[in-house]
Design a protein around this ligand. Sequence first.
Ligand code: 6A9
Length: 778
Amino acid sequence: RLVNTVEENQRPRVVTPFPAPKLMDLPMFQGDHKESLYWGTYRPHVYFGVRARTPRSLVAGLMWLGVKDGRYYMRHVCQDSDELSKYGWTQHNGRDFGHQVLVDQDMTWATSFVKTKGEGSGYGGDWAVRLGVQNEESQWNNQMQSSGYLFFYLADEDGNALSLSKDKLDISESSLLALGSRLDIGDWQLHLKAKDDLEVHYSGFRTPHIHNLSDLVQEELAVQARMFNRLQLSDTSDDSSNILVFQISATIPLEADIAFVSGTGSRVEERVSSLTGTSLTNLLKEKRGEFDSKFEKCFNLADKLDSESVIVGKAAIGNMLGGIGYFYGQSKISLPKSSKVKSHENFVSYWPAELYTAVPSRPFFPRGFLWDEGFHQLLIRRWDVRICLDIIGHWLDLMNVDGWIPREQILGAEALSKVPEEFVLQHPTNGNPPTLFLVLRELVYGVKKNKFTATESNEISSFLERALVRLEAWFQWFNTTQSGKEMGTYYWHGRDNSTTRELNPKSLSSGLDDYPRASHPSEEERHLDLRCWMLLAADSLHSITELFESRSERKKRYGSTAKLLSDFEILNQVHFDPAYGAYFDFGNHTEKVRLRWKEKKVGNNYPTRELIREVLERPELRLVPHIGYVSLFPFMEKIIPPESWILDKQLDLISNRSILWTDYGLRSLAKTSTLYMKRNTEHDPPYWRGPIWMNMNYRILSALHHYSQVNGPYKDRAKVVYSELRSNLIGNVVHNYHQTGFLWEQYDQTKGKGKGARLFTGWTSLVLLIMAEAYAEG
Ligand code: 6A9
């Protein structure tokens, strides 16, 4: 379109979409592909939820009352404070099957999801969920504990009314609970079947906001409890309800099958019956078998590792795929102070957008994070390339006209309700590592080496062909806005150079948050990790352009940029410190900083104390002598020639216990660093200043694997370090999983204990690639 409407002219540049055909409009994402991914467990923030990939969907979900110390608590949204001793998908194929186990006190829940498209099914097909509850201890005499308080709901985000099948539900007479109609899928029905007697009660609500549904149900139960002394929904609903909640009560053990069918014109009974009872049992069995064989085919663990590890490997891929969500909404973008945009607030809204993405952690961070996603895709692409491309496509379509992609995607009211205010705004001056290139580079290589089927190859190629202009813009965004003073140098913009509180001003955009950088942020800075990310981007663009044009100008340009950024001599001149044998950032820096308590007078109030940074020496331009993950970036990008003595030096740093080595993986920051395990402010404990993180360990391990394969004097040494690091990482994650029930965000470097967010099944799931020894080739 050549003509801009008036409205578009007034739209601030920062919220203007990148002007190129969208990836998600590619034919490969329409038709069968789109329909096959319509329904799914795309609500990772709840313990169990189903929705379709459409902005305002019909959504389903599970709630139950947990009992603790004689009190009831509503379980719905994944919350750490619920203290479930374990939960997560033990299997999930990302498409039409998943099995999850949840342990709440002495109750064990199982949710199995399955989807089918049978003759007569409407758009997107039919789906079913089998809910099972068992009681570990036999407290049968305790009535309160022996009946399950289980709630299953349907809510129409579009506001369409849902009808109850009849006023008095009796499922021994008819399994039909509810019915309705929508534009996307036509008429639909919800059925419930069970072997044993179930009592079903219900309540209808009308509200556009489903993110506070737990409160609505709890309030209703409280009213009922006060009036009638029972925890039972009121059996009322009117014609306008867009939410129906069903309460299913029975004695434990309980098993209930819920079937959702659309396209109710034909074969409804057969389809419901094939999705419940014995047929469902058989179908689930078949799906579990398929998952197991695909798992074995993709990762080949059977003769490599013990069964304890294999369980963790399955949980890793299961939770990665089961954690995939679909979100819709508008990011809030912070307005620079100089902005001419008229706004009463300090932000402007991004355009309404869809995002289909994996998430780092269902209870803590159930939303998209840009650089996390590149790591997620390293795993997902080995399971299902189409899901991988679909996810990357969604992300690239979020790019604005400047080539910028917001780092954290907080889309929609449900997502927003989980984020503290100070983290909501996205800053258009700040980037986040372009890790999607990690997987794109692998895909290009796979195409060139014929590792994919012909159809897959064609799809990847047409994807890349359309993605190229966006990828180039992304590269340009970094190359212009994050460049340093000297040619070929880069630094993360957005560090605070006026703070007096931070021991070392953070660089959130790098993804490594509080990893120490130059003490005094300045334009003179040169960040080693960003330089290596730029190399990755240039190198990937070079090989992508090579796919389409063998002799073009731009192919040459990316080739020479990559060559420049991987030039060993230049790298060493700018970032190498021979005294340490290590690579460092460069910047305005002093080691002599510390936090001190100072008295603070606030008006007439009593004096209070505050923690303030003291600088005891004038900073100067120099290398920043902190050894840690950043120091290893040239190693991770395999820039160091195999015969170089510097490679030997890197192996020293890695394998030295007083520096980076631990029995559980490599520390983020060397024990010898002046900021090792130091708080950044009073409220900010160390994060990337010691603990072990899986994404970086995976990349370091990949490089070790590489150097153990190529010829050179340090080949054998690399091999030894490689296998020890690998077994330490696997051993510790497996041990923690079986002990605590979870994969964790990071692992403590002294005892190996999981820390930070639990049920962190984002990049920690890379442990599966480590088990499978699956690294990038080429
Ligand atoms: C806080 C608090 C319930 C921090 O995995 C996501 C990111 C990584 O991209 C980043 O590298 N995590 C890492 O340093 C978690 C970030 C959480 C920020 C928002 C909101 C909500 O608590």
